[in-house]
Every structure is written in structure tokens, then in C-alpha cells.
Design a binder for this molecule. Structure first.
Ligand code: ATP
Ligand code: MG
Ligand code: FE
Length: 348
């Protein structure tokens, strides 16, 4: 099967054509960095408008690039949440229109499922189950991925996501937006041992992350005027990595042995994070899998791939299936774990 994917949940407009054999036939991604940079963060209204302007021409370009038409596609997969609701609605309604026009099934994809399955798009040898660290702009979770559609959440953040902490640190240090890559670059020039920042919840028996206190400590360190920005960036990144490892160690103690440790989401692009996880996996005799950098941050290939996974799961039953109803709603919040869905509160 061949799936057209559309992603619009944050500030990347993306379209991709992916086949179930893991070929990315064509893809396009338009970042809105320039539009949001003057505001130091994503402005939802600007994002929704930019998605609306770009999706249709990008769909045309991607199909043309692959030398195909909509008639060649087997399904249209669009992010239906979670994310900035205006942008999600624009992408989802575009997906519905394309599906309706071409008489193809619509697959309403959970953006987090896109991240969670993205490592399998790049690595055909990654089988279920795996232990996943999902670290992105809006989430910081540890999940037992038992199969496509089967996620058990083992830990989540009680306040900020890790990507958010990177972005806030960048703002404090005036590194501009988006912050994660800028903090990583500056940290390379710094000395993490010049200051000690807290590791919130390290050693805690509760399966949670917390990064708000770390961000506040960054602010205090910066305002003290005593430390070089590069040293603050390095100390922040080291503290964040230590928190990830501590919380993963905690999760690993609670579950049966997992063959693979996998990371996904925008922060998975960070080399210090990747390095520390790889070392943890080696200590635990687990395989370590991280997607290529372009599949870590938001993209449409992972959304199309999540659609492919669903089709493969349904097997023969898929042929001629209707897909999701065309009146399915966009969701600003949409946890992967059904139990988490039942518990309302922070970090979902
Ligand atoms: P979510 O997926 O939770 O809805 P999102 O889609 O906004 O949120 P992603 O696109 O997956 O998030 O990731 C973006 C985040 O990743 C941003 O917070 C960004 O700063 C961070 N990020 C990107 N590259 C790096 C890096 N090299 N180091 C650290 N953080 C990074
Ligand atoms: Mg982005
Ligand atoms: Fe994302």
C-alpha cells in the first residue's frame, strides 16, 4: 500500500508519500521558523494560516515529484491531534477533502503514534516490543510499545516537556527560536562542571519527569551573571540527560526485559541524549535504536508510516475498508495510552 501523509500539528507543514515497504517516495517539509521567530515561540494563529496556505501546493508538489496522482494512493493519513488545534484542523480537513475527492480511506493519525513508530520506518529490523523514550516539544514520556496501537505509558512529565525546557533555556540565554539545536551547539563549547543544576525527581519512586525546576535554576544562574552562557547550556543539557537516564533506569526496574531501547521525538536529535541512551542500552544489554535526525523532528513521513502500520495490522481486512469517518474531530489532547486517557491531568 501507498499512503499520503499530512502533518500540521505545530509549526512544520509536511507532506509525504510512503509505501509499506518503507520507501519514502517523495516528501516536502516547510518550516515556519521565519514567521514565528520574531515572537520567540509558535503563535497558533499564524501557524494555522501558514498551514492553510501551504498544504495544497505541497500535496501537488509531492505527488508530482513521485510521478503519481491521488488515484495511485491507497489512503490519506493526516494528523488529527494532539497539537495546536487550528493547525491540526487545517491538516485534518485537507486530508478529509483529498480522501473524499479521490474516494480513498482517511486515516486520522495520532501525532505521538507517528513519533512512536518512526524508528520502525527507518529500521526494518526493529520489532515489537520496545521501550520508548518519547521526547518532544510537548511530551516527555516512557512507553512500552507492545505493537502498533498498543502503548503502555510508564512515565510522563508533571510539568514541562523536555523540548520545552530546551526552548525556554534558549530563550533565557537569548539564543533565539527554535531553541533545542541552538542550546546543543552552545553546550558543545561549554563546561558543564562550572555549575551544578538540579536533577528534579532523580531517584524518585514515582514514575515521573519534571523539568520546571531545572528551567528556573537556569534562569537564576543566568541572572546571577556569574556563569558563561555556554557553561549554563552545557550544565543544563547534562542535567537533562541525567534525568532521562535516572527515570529510564527506574522504568526498567519495573518491567520485564525489553530487547530494545528506542528514542523518538524532536529532542532525540540531540547527540548528548543519543550518546547517553546508547551507553545505557549497552549497560543493559539492549539494542539501541534512534531514527535519523530528519525523522526525529516533525515530518509527514512518520504520519504516513503510522498509516501504513495500521493498514498492515488490518491485513486483508483493510482492502476496501472505509478508514476513519469523515466527521472525525481534531483533538488538542490525545494520549497514546488508554489508561492515561482516563486520567485527566498534567502531562497528558
Ligand atoms: P509534540 O510532538 O510533543 O506534539 P512538537 O511536535 O512540537 O511536540 P517535535 O517537533 O517532536 O515537537 O520536537 C520539537 C522539539 O525538539 C523542540 O522543543 C526543539 O527545541 C527540540 N529539539 C529539536 N532538536 C533538538 C536538539 N538537537 N537538541 C535538543 N532539543 C531539540
Ligand atoms: Mg517545529
Ligand atoms: Fe512532534
Amino acid at each position: 500500500p501507498l499512503v499520503l501523509g499530512i502533518e500540521s500539528s505545530c509549526d512544520e507543514t509536511a507532506v509525504a508519500l510512503v509505501a509499506a515497504d518503507r520507501t519514502i517516495l517523495a516528501q516536502a517539509i516547510a518550516s515556519q521558523e521565519a514567521e514565528h521567530a520574531p515572537y520567540g515561540g509558535v503563535v497558533p494563529e499564524i501557524a494555522a494560516r501558514a498551514h492553510a496556505d501551504r498544504i495544497a501546493p505541497m500535496v501537488e508538489a509531492v505527488l508530482a515529484d513521485a510521478g503519481l496522482t491521488l488515484a495511485d494512493v491507497d489512503a490519506v493519513a493526516a494528523t488529527a491531534g494532539p497539537g495546536l488545534i487550528g493547525g491540526v484542523m487545517v491538516g485534518l480537513v485537507s486530508g478529509k477533502a483529498l480522501a473524499m475527492a479521490a474516494d480513498k480511506p482517511l486515516l486520522a493519525v495520532n501525532h505521538l503514534e507517528g513519533h512512536a513508530l518512526s524508528p520502525r520506518l527507518a529500521d526494518a529490523s526493529l520489532d515489537f516490543p520496545y521501550l520508548l523514550l518519547l521526547v518532544s516539544g510537548g511530551h516527555c514520556q516512557i512507553l512500552a510499545v507492545e505493537g502498533a496501537g498498543h502503548y503502555r505509558r510508564l512515565a510522563t512529565t508533571i510539568d514541562d516537556a523536555l523540548g520545552e525546557a530546551f526552548d525556554k533555556t534558549a530563550k533565557i540565554l537569548r539564543l533565539g527560536y527554535p531553541g533545542g539545536p541552538a542550546v546543543e551547539r552552545l553546550a558543545r563549547e561549554g563546561d558543564a562542571s562550572k555549575l551544578r543544576l538540579p536533577r528534579p525527581l532523580a531517584g524518585s519512586k514515582e514514575p515521573h519527569f519534571s523539568f520546571a525546576g531545572l528551567k528556573s535554576a537556569v534562569l537564576r544562574a543566568h541572572e546571577s551573571g556569574e556563569y558563561a552562557p555556554a557553561d549554563i547550556a552545557a550544565a543544563f543539557q547534562q542535567a537533562a540527560v541525567d534525568c532521562l537516564i535516572d527515570r529510564l533506569e527506574h522504568a526498567l526496574a519495573l518491567i520485564d526485559r525489553m530487547p530494545a531501547l528506542v528514542v523518538a521525538g524532536g529532542v532525540a536529535a540531540n547527540q548528548a541524549v543519543r550518546g547517553a541512551l546508547e551507553a545505557l542500552a549497552a549497560r543493559r544489554d539492549m539494542r539501541f535504536v534512534a531514527p535519523p535526525l530528519a525523522l526525529c523532528t516533525d515530518n509527514a513521513a512518520m504520519i504516513a508510516w503510522a498509516g501504513c502500520e495500521r493498514i498492515m495490522l488490518e491485513g486483508e481486512a483493510w482492502i476496501g475498508a472505509a478508514g476513519d469517518p469523515l466527521d472525525i474531530k481534531a483533538r488538542p489532547r490525545w494520549p497514546l495510552d488508554p489508561e492515561a486517557e482516563a486520567v485527566r491531568g498534567a502531562g497528558v
